[in-house]
Design a protein around this ligand. Structure first.
Ligand SMILES: [Zn+2]
Length: 413
């Protein structure tokens, strides 16, 4: 195995040993795909991009992955958007693992008791325990003796050696890391950049329902700051101008014009109530194409008094009325909302009054108490109301206390 393969084994093992499943999945994807855009990675592990960024931020902080951002142009758009990629720089990751193992080991050493303070001699008679320095001056042929009862002491180095045990356990548990690290160091890890990782990246195969829009990296050369690579539709597209020769409009244009005229005349056709007399349904105006609506009205006026004009007026009035009704409705709704808000305020203030009232006159023989079946126990309604009142009064008190505390703290400082 070369350095990269060993580093992969280490990264995989560390992720699985110390991280949650989602972290493990992300690392596994990156190990398999080399480099992944955030939305592709989110698609692979079935997570939304926002959550993915959070999870990856944690891994980034721990140096298990790297983040690379570059402007990209989506197909069919003119403004580049920053896209985020994730990849693993094994040199960074291995260094981070080394550092953390070193730190944990240091912490373990810190908890271990120094040899001079370690109590290794125990008295089975009085249950006392002693350090080596303490018992050196009191010995017999059988061994060191207890200072309190002079019984022979038992030597047991491991009984109180918690730190040492912890350290041993840690070394056993970290064996998969500590064994790999020197191997990796001996072969070395080749340096890798994002571009190399991206060049080796496997393409994410998406299902048909989850296709992503293609986007292409914007070239960020200094000499061509606005240059765009790869897309055909970014420049000005060719303008096609067709010039129709001939004297008049073509057959197509004529047909289109005729169609337009038909449509407009249909829109302008008189409604039925204008063509049928209101007084006599049998009386009907027959329109031919040449009569304009003005002529019709005129004719109608001659034939049948002013009904047509009146109908037209009615229509206008109806429209006005509808408009007025709509406005009235809106106004009424606003008024109702305002009233409701007022009532709510009144109700709330009324509530307070009630509490005050019950507080003032509990059991003072009001008419309700006198007539109610509970007259014998007039205090039933009283105390709860009083309690509420007291709670209300008591409520501001903690705030005052807080202030006092704050003041005190301030004075302390
Ligand atoms: Zn003893």
């Amino acid at each position: 195995m070369n350095g990269s393969d060993l580093a992969k084994v280490l990264t995989r093992a560390v992720a699985r040993a110390f991280y949650e499943t989602r972290h493990v999945l992300i690392i596994e994807c990156l190990l398999n795909y080399s480099a992944l855009r955030d939305d592709d990675l989110a698609y692979l592990i079935g997570m939304n991009t926002k959550d993915l960024h959070k999870v990856c931020a944690k891994l980034k902080e721990d140096r298990l992955l790297e983040v690379y951002t570059r402007p990209e142009l989506k197909e069919g758009q003119t403004r580049p958007v920053n896209r985020t990629y994730y990849w693993i720089d094994f040199q960074h990751t291995v260094d981070a693992v080394k550092w953390r193992v070193y730190k944990i080991d240091k912490e373990m050493q810190g908890t271990a008791v120094p040899a001079s303070e370690r109590k290794e001699y125990f008295c089975n008679f009085c249950k006392a325990s002693w350090t080596q320095m303490e018992v050196l001056d009191n010995f017999s042929a059988q061994g060191f003796l207890c200072h309190t009862c002079n019984h022979v002491l038992v030597h047991d180095a491991d009984r109180h050696a918690v730190g040492h045990q912890k350290s041993t356990r840690m070394n056993n548990q970290f064996k998969f890391i500590t064994d790999l690290l020197p191997q990796i160091d001996s072969v070395g890890i080749p340096e890798k950049t994002f571009d190399e990782a991206y060049a080796n990246a496997r393409v994410v195969e998406r299902s048909e329902t989850h296709q992503a829009v293609n986007s292409v990296a914007v070239e960020t050369g200094l000499n061509r700051p606005t240059a765009v690579k790869g897309l055909a539709n970014t420049g000005p597209t060719s303008l096609a101008v067709s010039i129709s020769t001939g004297d008049g409009p073509s057959e197509e244009e004529k047909a289109a014009e005729q169609e337009r005229r038909d449509r407009i005349s249909k829109q302008n056709a008189l409604p039925e109530w204008m063509t049928v007399s209101a007084t006599n349904a049998n009386e009907k105006f027959v329109l031919d194409d040449k009569t304009s609506s003005a002529q019709v009205q005129l004719k109608k006026g001659e034939n049948d008094g002013n009904t047509a004009k009146k109908d037209a007026l009615d229509a206008k009035e109806q429209a006005d009325l509808d408009d007025y009704m709509a406005r009235l409705k809106a106004e009424q709704a606003a008024e109702a909302a305002r009233k409701a808000a007022e009532e709510e305020e009144e109700y709330e203030s009324g509530d307070e009054d009630e509490v005050d009232f019950e507080d003032v006159a509990p059991g003072s023989g009001t008419s309700t108490e006198a007539t109610s079946p509970n007259a014998g126990t007039p205090a039933v309604d009283g105390p709860p109301a009083k309690k509420i009142k007291m709670e209300e009064e008591a409520a501001p008190a903690p705030a005052d206390e807080d202030d006092e505390e704050d003041d005190l703290e301030f004075e302390d400082v």
